[in-house]
Design a protein around this ligand. Structure first.
Ligand SMILES: [Zn+2]
Length: 260
């Protein structure tokens, strides 16, 4: 299956509304990453290309249930700004775009949304707001949410639990970095440096060699004296990528209630 078939931005409005009406595309994956320096052997689009790769392969397996949105290729990368090629969003700007993207998707009737991240600098800011977003969007997308709640809610803790666990709620928004899906013991058995996700080292370089070789400058990999770069391999990348894809598929199926 050609990857274009489930990229949101490759459809016309008529095609999309027909597919959504037919019950296709009940979920979306939003690939997020960064545009930032990755030493001299990987291109600056490493992080976004990797999350897009995992999202695309997963959506291929989940077809026609899952659509991929426009990739968010700029991330929070102030800490890489010393090096040319890095483009950084401020945390507030970045979070605003992601929130607006989620809200737009919800307004088109797609309620299962996985943000699939490929850049470490995005993790803490989004984890800091995710529950607030969930509460806000569940309530604003389901006007009946308040009437579903039991009348003996006494404090805001009970309110939060009740909204997040409301069985009638069908809005499900999750965030994971693709490496979250690779169990630690497996990563440790594959990676000689035991370091992951790391930055432009054995983990990312292996994945890039296997999955997105167009970002790799192989001459720089083979001539490097850095242990993390020297230990990278296509085969390690293959094993790591397949685990990340497997975890992504399981998560989306769980959101769609299709794991049983
Ligand atoms: Zn990276």
């Amino acid at each position: 299956m050609n990857s274009k078939v489930f990229d949101l931005y490759s459809f016309t409005r008529e095609e999309l509304s027909n597919y959504i009406e037919m019950g296709h595309f009940k979920s979306v994956i939003i690939p997020t990453g960064s545009t930032e320096q990755h030493l001299d052997h990987l291109a600056v689009n490493m992080d976004i290309e990797m999350s897009r790769y995992i999202a695309t392969k997963s959506a291929g397996e989940l077809y026609p249930n899952t659509l991929i949105t426009s990739p968010i290729s700029i991330g929070i990368a102030e800490h890489h700004m010393y090096f040319p090629g890095t483009i950084s969003a401020k945390p507030g700007s970045w979070l605003s775009i992601i929130f607006d993207l989620i809200e737009s998707i919800l307004r088109h009737g797609i309620k299962k949304i996985l943000i699939l991240n490929g850049h470490g600098g995005n993790v803490a800011p989004i984890q800091g707001v995710l529950e607030q977003w969930q509460l806000n969007l569940i309530s604003t997308q389901n006007p009946l949410v308040k009437s579903n709640l039991s009348s003996d809610i006494k404090d805001h803790y009970q309110y939060v639990d009740a909204v997040l666990n409301d069985k009638k709620n069908d809005v499900d928004i999750r965030f994971n970095s693709y490496w979250d899906y690779i169990p630690e013991n497996l990563a440790n058995s594959i990676l000689e440096t035991k370091e992951y996700p790391g930055h432009a080292a054995e983990f990312e370089t292996s994945l890039a060699m296997y999955a997105i070789p167009y970002v790799v400058r192989f001459n720089k990999v083979y001539s490097s004296n850095e242990i993390g770069i020297k230990k990278a391999s296509f085969e390690k990348g293959r094993q790591l990528a397949s685990e990340a894809i497997r975890g992504t598929i399981t998560t989306v199926k769980d959101m769609l209630d299709e794991n049983n």
